[in-house]
Design a protein around this ligand. Structure first.
Ligand SMILES: [Zn+2]
Length: 494
């Protein structure tokens, strides 16, 4: 006979971002997102009413954990949730796993991480079986291109869609659910954002953006959260951790959108694709993207101790939590799945910087895409840049962009210095010195002083070392010039 304990059942949605972003159509992304959020909500209600709130460890962001009395109950719950999820989404799946758990106090975190390992094993086993054979005579879905088409869309597009995409598109058109409605509720200003203002497609967001036609794709993710999952001592502490984390992520995202995302010409200039746990995916007008990403990451970091670590009894483990993010600035006709892939690559690059700095700070990397190139290394090969940026450094870069704009800095001078970066170390120096000399001859020294302060603040020592280069032959100049058109002149910098 075993001692005190129960069966711990854990669930996690498989490849949720791939499911959401398999398409280039905003209404399908919105429909998929609403469907996942709705399934989340129903699962939480179902588990709580069946087993009682005390036994639901957490249920949010595509995952859940619940304590049940018997193995048979655990197995049939897993089968039921997996089956219902598949029926609702058609192509997406959720995976469950269960372990016998010692529920005596102090051990719970370790038991959760054991269940987590079991869950990852089950997910890996399932992934190997995932691909559906496509017969050569089958017509492929014109949206995702991955599954056989089953219906012709009834929206005049003439598209042949698979069942999953059909469902997403229908929901995206009709459903009044999902993150946008939660945001309106949270903002408590229903007269400012109304549902008619949801953008129809990326072109609609681009049409109210500056520069016109451009959008931003934002991916943010908490650093080193997985390592903390084994730490909470009790079920209650684990629940406090999970709810605190999700609440904080959601609150910071909503706060940033409320501040920067006021409707423009009757259109909300953003789309919330996903907020789950410590994960955020957004599409916004290009001119608010960097500011929104930065505000979320800063707020998350600043509030993490009070809202997550301390309620979960983890203040001894970490002083704070940090986030890494990627921001892509691209034309609205750039394919969404490619934007997502690039944003993920940028987020990884930011994560590497966070690791180098011992997770003392969050970081953000960004990339402006002007052609059709989608490989990050290719996009950057030719240019000496300073990215990714720790949050405080990015804040500083935005400050200088606004300082330059406020002083009416000649863009021709910025372009001349920028072009010279591609012409070797010496030419880049000549161009920067020439610009400083030109601005220095003017009676008003504001522009000269601001450019010099910018170089100094980003590591140029001037004593025997000439701008634009810092001691490591890197320069923030390229970053400043590339980001320049995407930062609005007004802001907190003045
Ligand atoms: Zn499809």
């Amino acid at each position: 006979m075993r001692g005190e304990g129960q069966w711990l059942v854990c669930f996690d949605t498989d490849r949720i971002k791939q499911y959401l972003l398999a398409t280039n159509r905003l209404e399908e992304i919105r429909g998929g997102s609403a469907l996942i959020a709705d399934l989340d909500k129903k699962r939480k209600c179902g588990l709580e009413s069946r087993y009682g709130q005390q036994r639901v460890v957490y249920s949010a962001g595509g995952g859940a954990a619940v304590l049940v009395p018997t193995e048979q109950e655990a197995r049939s719950l897993i089968a039921e949730i997996e089956r219902e999820f598949r029926a609702a989404t058609v192509t997406a799946s959720i995976t469950g796993a269960c372990v016998w758990t010692d529920t005596s106090p102090g051990r719970f975190g370790a038991e959760m991480s054991r269940a987590g390992r079991e869950l990852r094993r089950a997910k890996a086993a399932k992934a190997e079986l995932a691909s559906v054979p496509i017969e050569p005579y089958m017509r492929l879905c014109s949206s995702c291109g991955q599954h056989p088409a089953a219906h012709q869309a009834q929206d005049g597009s003439g598209d042949w869609l698979c069942q999953a995409c059909q469902k997403k598109r229908e929901l995206g058109r009709r459903e009044r659910k999902g993150f946008f409605y939660e945001f309106i509720e949270w903002a408590a200003e229903p007269t400012v954002w109304e549902e008619e203002e949801l953008p129809k497609d990326l072109d609609a967001i681009g049409s109210v953006s500056s520069p016109p036609g451009y959008v931003g794709f934002i991916a943010l993710d908490g650093n080193q959260i997985g390592d903390l999952l084994s730490k909470p001592a009790t079920v209650e502490a684990y629940r406090a951790f999970s709810e605190g984390l999700w609440g904080l992520t959601k609150e910071q995202t909503f706060a940033a959108l409320k501040k920067y995302g006021l409707p423009r010409n009757g259109i909300a200039p953003f789309e919330i694709i996903l907020i789950g746990g410590d994960d955020v995916l957004l599409i916004t007008a290009a001119d608010m993207a960097v500011e929104v990403a930065l505000a979320i990451a800063e707020g998350f970091e600043a509030q993490s101790s009070r809202q997550v670590l301390s309620p979960a009894g983890l203040s001894d483990e970490r002083k704070k939590l940090t986030m890494a993010g990627g921001v892509v600035l691209a034309h609205a006709d750039f394919p969404i799945p490619a934007m997502y892939a690039l944003a993920e690559a940028l987020q990884k690059s930011a994560k590497r910087l966070c690791a180098e700095q011992g997770y003392e700070t969050g970081a953000i990397d960004f990339q402006v895409v002007s052609g059709s190139d989608t490989d990050l290394d290719m996009l950057r090969a030719a240019i000496p840049h300073h990215r990714p940026y720790p949050l405080a450094e990015l804040r500083k870069l935005l400050y200088y962009i606004r300082q330059f704009k406020a002083a009416g800095f000649p863009t021709s001078q910025l372009q001349a210095m920028y072009q010279a970066l591609f012409e070797g170390e010496v030419n880049a120096q000549l161009a920067s010195i020439a610009t400083l000399g030109y601005l220095g001859r003017s009676a008003d020294k504001t522009r000269y002083n601001r450019l010099k302060a910018f170089f100094k603040d980003f590591g140029v020592q001037f004593e025997g070392q000439l701008p634009p280069w810092d001691a490591n032959k890197r320069s923030a100049l390229a970053d400043l010039v590339e980001l320049y058109p995407f930062i609005s002149a007004k802001g907190e910098a003045e």
